[in-house]
Design a protein around this ligand. Sequence first.
Ligand code: G6P
Length: 369
Amino acid sequence: AMAEKAGYTHFMQKEIFEQPRAIIDTLAGRIKSGSPEVFLPDIGLEDEVFKSFDRVVMLACGTSYHAGLIGKFLFEGLARIPVEVDLGSEFRYRDPLVGPKDLVVAISQSGETADTLAALKEATSKGATALAICNVVGSSLTREASGTLYTHAGLEIGVASTKAFTTQLVALYLLALHMGRLRGNVSDEKGIELVDDLIKLPGLLQEVLDKEEEIKKIAEDYCQADDFLYLGRGLCYPIALEGALKLKEISYIHAEGYPAGEMKHGPIALIDEKMPVVVLANNTDVFEKVLSNMQEVSARGGKLIALTEEDNSAALALADSAVMIPAAPQTLAPVLLTIPLQLLAYHISVLRGTDVDQPRNLAKSVTVE
Ligand code: G6P
């Protein structure tokens, strides 16, 4: 089994480190440097059809649902189309309002999650068009959808999803950019910029992976905690949810992801020196707001682990521990921020001696209700 893990201790660790390669593979043949165009022949929809929906509905479960939450920002931002995101298990049982003017995007690593599959069928039975974002060729979901945008993450063995998630994000960037172009919302200039940023993404990701030792030290400092809070705003809120989910799944530590602005409506009551607070404090339009949330934590004796850029002295001054991500456009930063959160959860779990690749009670793919 050592050979299969290619020198890594766990499949999860190997899969975390495969992310630059997985993203290169997911982008391959779909974009070209210096061109704003996106080539997605596999989605099976004519341009005229793809651009003419009134709404996008994202359906997914687990980590894939977090990708859907990011997808909302991307489609609304780039294509200016309203987006709803729902969990398969909620959507399928509530007689949802969905119809022929809706594009349903079902997101699933395995393509076999029962609730996502049933939700997609519910939507298509009401006349919606369905597209899958999926990592497994020929899976049930891809057979039910009109077309599939495959992520090329490669086989994912660790139960906690890592490379499947970041490639789902990349697939959503491509899809949203494509729709934005067709709907006339993305200029050539802006399109080229996003394409070139996507091409740079694997290299930036590698820079974050190179910080594994630093992150491991932070894991050592905080691995005894019983609870963690993860805070983010905007595009970083779903990343906070995903960071908390990773920690829960594999370390069994209670962790909550929260929109930073909502902290004052509840979680602030929990803050003390025993609960580490992980803050996504990168440079964005809402950074000043995040900073004031950090001050609120700090004033109550909370321990802050900040993810930020090297030049962000305001965040660094408040942080008890920090992981630096390279400067990147704020639309792409969520992908970079995901990496330290995966590595933090991974190393905390290793230190606590849990079964990282096959955590108790969890399945790689939930094919029954
Ligand atoms: C399970 C896995 C998660 C995954 C979720 C959805 O809970 O443990 O890692 O995110 O199912 O799976 P899917 O294959 O539909 O993305």
